[in-house]
Design a protein around this ligand. Structure first.
Ligand code: DGL
Length: 264
């Protein structure tokens, strides 16, 4: 039997499941391990140095334990900070998730686009730099949502979230200056694509929503082709969490056999 690549997908919470869904489509045979830092979630409000230290601490335990061929940091809030540190620590390929500013600037016709993200991602030098380098002549509105990731997490844990709650978190993405209006919204937090149907229904006018997950899945496929597989693909696909675990049905919907606490 051919060896399978094992990929470790990391996020602060359940958001990385939007990336898992795309990896499963692109690489149906890949073995996936998920690690959610639900003990510390949400990262969007944490000081930058705390995020760098926390992700390094977790990966130092997770990489030898799970022996992945590649890691996906399926979290914009972390990726916009931790990638240089992680790449200095580990030799396996590490794929990050960062705001899809370049595709938005390429696709927007009105030249008005918004980046919907956590407050942390919106504040990052990395994000500002992306807009400077790849934003072309497009006018970007940065929208740092205080609660959207937590609302998604609550909805996935079984709570009912109202349209008003979701709507108030995204309305600032829609800018109309009289002559033109926003036509493109970058989903720059992995939690948001999980509720895309709700967001579409609440939008005051239709826009193109950009989810980077399919591109991340393609990148994972490319990098795992070049890495030797040494037994990492054995065993079941398990969802691990440092704190609160999701409901059973949820992880099974994304192809995991079960869930376990992650103890450092
Ligand atoms: N899913 C994470 C992201 O892509 C953020 C959620 C959080 O605030 O922890 O940015």
């Amino acid at each position: 039997m051919a060896e399978r690549s094992r990929v470790l997908v990391f996020d602060s919470g359940f958001g990385g499941l939007s990336v898992v869904a795309e990896i499963r489509k692109a690489m149906p045979d890949a073995a996936l391990t998920y690690l959610a830092d639900t003990a510390v979630f949400p990262y969007g409000h944490l000081p930058e140095a705390d995020i760098v230290a926390r992700v390094a601490e977790l990966m130092t335990v997770a990489v030898p334990r799970f022996a992945p061929q590649a890691i996906v940091i399926a979290c914009n809030t972390a990726s916009t900070l931790v990638l240089p540190d992680l790449r200095a620590r580990f030799t396996i390929p590490i794929v990050g998730t960062v705001p899809a500013v370049k595709p938005a600037a390429e696709r927007s016709r009105s030249r008005m686009a918004s980046v919907l993200a956590t407050p942390g991602t919106v504040k990052r030098d990395y994000t500002r730099q992306l807009i400077e380098t790849h934003g072309q002549d497009c006018r970007f509105t940065l929208v740092g949502s205080q609660r959207l990731a937590s609302l998604v997490e609550a909805e996935f844990a079984g709570e009912t979230i109202s349209d008003d709650d979701f709507g108030s978190e995204v309305m600032s993405c829609f800018v109309d200056d009289g002559d033109r209006r926003t036509d493109t919204v970058v989903l720059a937090c992995t939690h948001y694509p999980l509720v895309l149907d709700r967001l579409k229904a609440l939008a005051p006018w239709p826009v193109e929503w950009i989810d980077p997950a399919p591109a991340i899945a393609r990148q994972i496929m490319r990098v795992t082709e070049t890495v030797a597989v040494e037994g990492g693909g054995q065993g079941e696909d398990i969802f691990h969490a440092t704190g609160r675990l999701p409901p059973d049905g949820l992880v099974q919907r994304f192809g995991f056999a079960g869930q376990e606490p992650f103890v450092i």
